[in-house]
Design a protein around this ligand. Structure first.
Ligand code: FES
Length: 260
């Protein structure tokens, strides 16, 4: 398939686009935002340090569950069964699935296809590539695994919930509030997934015969219209949670305690 700018039958317009608005601004914001987040997360994951606050049992989601030999015992809820090589993230059991979940997410696809791959960067702006093959070929055909990544992400949200509950046993501090807000937002993002909506109410001919699924589908649908916002909010809550716990673990400041 040829580019839309040169496709036979297209009006002979020399300009690459007739848009005169700042169409490049949203992809630029996405590029900067996602690029900054990925850089922060990558650095944090490979620091292998300051992920656990022993006094309050705070564990950052970037290291949960901690499964390498390097992990402190209290943070290794599922055991330390992987070698402590630098290249292996301490949360190697979950991070690949979370990465897959976000990479194949329908919203993130739109975001990075536009901002990074320029395919196309905006409506009525030609593709940045000579050929357009969509998601019908290798490697993008693997975007179809998203529905399976959803199941893994749901299990990981249970693990994050467990982490927040364990930390709760030590009292109540600002760290607990941050952990819970992050967990609630992660659940909202996960449940607002398009695959989850399909699992809830897809292929049903009669909602009236499936009242429980209908109610769940209605709930998920209400979240689903906010999927893009939740995608960004959870990037923010994940980074904030990780940063707060890193700062406590490094001794930069103390946790604000509400109940000891
Ligand atoms: Fe975004 Fe499933 S569509 S997480």
């Amino acid at each position: 398939m040829t580019s839309t700018a040169t496709r036979p039958g297209r009006a002979a317009i020399a300009a690459r686009t007739l848009r005169t608005d700042r169409w490049w601004f949203p992809p630029l914001v996405t590029f900067v935002g996602l690029g900054a987040w990925v850089t922060y997360a990558t650095v944090r994951v490979f620091l292998h340090d300051n992920y656990w606050v022993d006094d309050y049992h705070y564990l950052t989601p970037f290291y949960s569950p901690c499964v390498t030999e390097r992990c402190v015992e209290e943070a290794a809820h599922l055991g330390r069964f992987l070698p402590g090589w630098w290249i292996i993230p301490d949360a190697a059991l979950t991070l690949p699935f979370l990465l897959l979940f976000r990479l194949t997410c329908y919203y993130y696809r739109k975001a990075y296809y536009r901002a990074f791959w320029l395919s196309p960067p905006a409506c009525a702006v030609p593709d940045g590539h000579r050929r357009y093959t969509g998601e019908t070929r290798f490697p993008l055909i693997f975007q179809n695994v998203h529905r399976y990544a959803f199941y893994a992400a749901a299990i990981i949200s249970v693990i994050n919930t467990w982490d927040a509950a364990l930390a709760q046993a030590t009292g109540l501090g600002l760290g607990n509030v941050i952990l819970w807000v992050n967990v609630i937002m992660l659940w909202a993002y996960t449940l607002s997934c398009h695959s989850c909506r399909h699992i809830a109410g897809g292929r049903l001919k009669h909602f009236s015969k499936h009242p429980v699924r209908y109610r769940f589908w209605t709930f998920v649908s209400a979240l689903n219209v906010r999927h893009m916002q939740l995608a960004w909010i959870t990037l923010g809550t994940l980074a904030l949670t990780d940063f707060y716990i890193m700062a406590l673990a490094a001794g930069w400041f103390s946790d604000l305690r509400i109940i000891n």
